[in-house]
Write a protein that binds this ligand. Structure first.
Ligand SMILES: Nc1ncnc2c1ncn2[C@@H]1O[C@H](COP(=O)(O)OP(=O)(O)OP(=O)(O)O)[C@@H](O)[C@H]1O
Length: 446
């Protein structure tokens, strides 16, 4: 059964997410509302349980009731409410499956309407992609601390989404209606800090505006590791007392802001080296949220890619299944920001109507990771608290996951270039590549 253009147009005009599904659960069509709501591009041929619940087996095999199975037997519409645990809470999917009979009365296909009902979902509606366990764990952690006013330290490599998660925390907190202010700590002067917090000095020597005048928001210190020593002291005062005092003034003013900080550096190392105040380290490290590298959350890549296509500045172009496979197997040492830049470059400059793997490969650049490795740029490593406790800080890992290794072995059979170029493409050293080849008994004949 194929879905003709007129039928597609009708389905796309509906506001409710609808799938057209065959009795073997494969999707013949997903309307625009569905694709928008569940973030799908290449859906045709995939099965509804994969798309909705990320299950490889049909729901009934996984011990869940299936409205399609029921509709097959009853030959009438069947509705089911399915509870799902999602980051920070739960949600309910109301699924109604309606058989559409052919001329002899047997179901030719099924219409499957999927509505998201109620539930309390942290980050819902904020466009946060959280299919991977790693990001779900982050949202879970954030949901626990959203109502507290404690300072939070976001730790993760550049481009992983520290600011995005911090903003989501703000938007889910009681401070959501007030400002979310970003302070860039790199090169921040005491004067600029005071002006931001207490307002600018007017002609009569009085301070006007500033955060003290618009209380109740969230203050995000971007790259807190680079804050100067005098400002570190003032940040300690701000966290401990909620007050800021202008230099040379006896008067302190309350700055009612929740403090969030972020860094890609190992703060413990900086503290041990004397570059970061111990008291500030302890104030911040109590509530630390590690934001994982994109290489450690490949389950998110498909939806992120679609989100980027949908919201980016470049013209929206569909990504084929092999393009998604490629994005999932490639390394992203520049994290989500690199994915955004790569897809926007391809969407902007490609002449093709849709982007497949071959088209994407045309827009590859020399991986920065290879260059930075040559220059020995330090990357954040595992962090151990001053008290001896340890927590893994995301880092650009040099090891491939099992899926990536399998992909590499597959890519090798089609690869025309040098081993060196292949190793670079996968972000590993040539030595690691040869070690993997030996491990997998790969010979040139293969
Ligand atoms: N889970 C996610 N869902 C949707 N978008 C995401 C997600 N994670 C990251 N992003 C996007 O990735 C981009 C980079 O995020 P962001 O600027 O917050 O990174 P960062 O870690 O603060 O980077 P830097 O340390 O360089 O300041 C943003 O466009 C952000 O919206």
């Amino acid at each position: 059964m194929s879905v003709d253009q007129t039928f597609r147009t009708v389905l796309d005009s509906l506001d409710e997410p609808q799938l057209i599904v065959r009795s073997d659960y494969t999707i013949a069509y997903a309307n625009q509302a569905f694709r928008r709501r569940f973030g799908l591009v290449d859906h045709v041929g995939r099965r509804c349980h994969e798309v909705l619940f990320h299950e490889l087996q049909p729901c009934s095999v996984c011990g869940e009731a299936c409205p399609l199975d029921r509709a097959l037997v009853s030959n009438q519409a069947e509705t089911l409410l399915r509870r799902e645990l999602v980051p920070g809470g739960e949600r309910f999917l109301e699924i109604t499956v309606t058989p559409v009979p052919d001329a002899d009365g047997t179901p030719a296909f099924f219409m499957e309407r999927v509505l998201v009902r109620g539930g309390n979902t942290f980050g819902a509606g904020a466009g946060i992609v959280a299919r991977s366990p790693a990001v779900r764990a982050v949202l879970q952690k954030l949901s626990r601390i959203t109502s507290l006013d404690v300072p939070v330290l976001f730790v993760g490599a550049s481009g992983t989404g520290k600011e995005r998660f911090a903003k989501t925390l703000h938007e889910n907190s009681r401070r959501a209606a007030n400002a979310f202010i970003v302070m860039n700590c790199d090169g921040l002067t005491e004067g600029a800090f005071e002006a931001e917090c207490l307002g600018a000095v007017d002609g009569s020597g009085r301070r006007q505006g500033g955060l003290a005048a618009q209380p109740g928001g969230t203050l995000y210190f971007d790259e807190v590791a680079l804050l100067s020593k005098p400002l570190q002291r003032r940040l300690v005062q701000l966290i401990e007392s909620g007050m800021v005092r202008a230099c040379g003034s006896a008067e302190a003013r309350a700055v009612d802001y929740r403090i969030l900080c972020a860094t890609k550096y190992d703060l413990r190392e900086r503290t041990l080296a004397g570059a970061f105040r111990k008291d500030l380290y302890y104030l911040l490290s109590g509530c630390r949220v590690n934001v994982p590298c994109l290489n450690d959350r490949i389950e998110d890549i498909e939806e992120l890619a679609q989100e980027i296509m949908r919201t980016g500045a470049a013209p929206q172009k569909p990504l084929t299944t092999n393009a998604i496979d490629y994005l999932q197997l490639r390394r992203w040492d520049g994290n989500v920001r690199e994915l955004e830049a790569f897809l926007e470059r391809a969407a902007l400059f490609s002449d093709a109507e849709k982007l497949d793997r071959a088209e994407l490969e045309k827009f590859e650049e020399e991986p920065l990771a290879a260059l930075s490795e040559q220059r020995r740029v330090p990357v954040p490593t595992a962090s151990v608290g001053l008290d001896g406790s340890s927590e893994a800080v995301p880092e650009a890992r040099r090891r491939l996951t099992a899926t990536q290794t399998a992909a590499l072995m597959k890519a090798l059979s089609e690869w025309n270039g040098s081993k060196r170029a292949l190793a670079r493409r996968f972000g590993i050293s040539e030595r690691t590549l040869y070690r993997l080849l030996r491990k997998h008994n790969y010979s040139e004949r293969d």
